[in-house]
Design a protein around this ligand. Structure first.
Ligand SMILES: [Zn+2]
Length: 159
């Protein structure tokens, strides 16, 4: 047991009936060991001693800032396309630095693993020689069979 001796002139925390707050009061009079009358150091009023009330600490309302949801990222929902892009990306990554894809021409001959630039499909790579005049090329959007090595002869020689 801790006995704190309080005497007149001491400051104690008490409930101020005027300020309606727990404030320090100067002890004016005691009865026995009990504080009888106090003097509010805040409002200067003398009143009967009231024990400090268990007032809840000022409620700090924490405003939870809701994190703004990031807009849904638009992803292609075509899995086949995604697979093709992945495959194409691999081939593109294998392209030696400084490689300039050759512009695609029907009349030109292309070799396997050659990089070409198609006016519509973009950059691609020859992955297979299908025939004497056909090559399979992988582009970003998928594999395409292109005509190549086609001698520009007048119509009539179509296979
Ligand atoms: Zn007061």
């Amino acid at each position: 047991m801790s006995t704190v001796s309080i005497g007149p002139g001491d400051d104690v925390e008490a409930w101020c009936t005027r300020c309606r707050m727990n404030l320090y009061h100067r002890v004016i009079a005691l009865v026995g060991n009990s504080v009888r009358t106090v003097h509010c150091l805040t409002c200067g009023g003398d009143h009967k001693y009231h024990p400090p009330k268990n007032v809840k600490a000022s409620e700090e309302k924490v405003i939870q800032a809701k994190t703004a949801k990031v807009g849904k990222s638009s992803k292609p929902n075509n899995r086949a396309t995604n697979k093709a892009i992945g495959e194409w990306t691999v081939f593109m990554n294998e392209m030696p630095p400084g490689t300039i894809p050759r512009s695609y021409r029907v009349s030109d001959a292309y070799g396997s693993r050659e990089y070409i630039e198609h006016p519509v499909f973009g950059t691609g790579r020859v992955i297979d020689i299908v025939g004497a005049e056909k090559i399979q090329v992988i582009f970003k959007e998928g594999r395409k069979v292109l005509i190549c090595n086609k001698s520009m002869k007048p119509a009539g020689n179509l296979g």
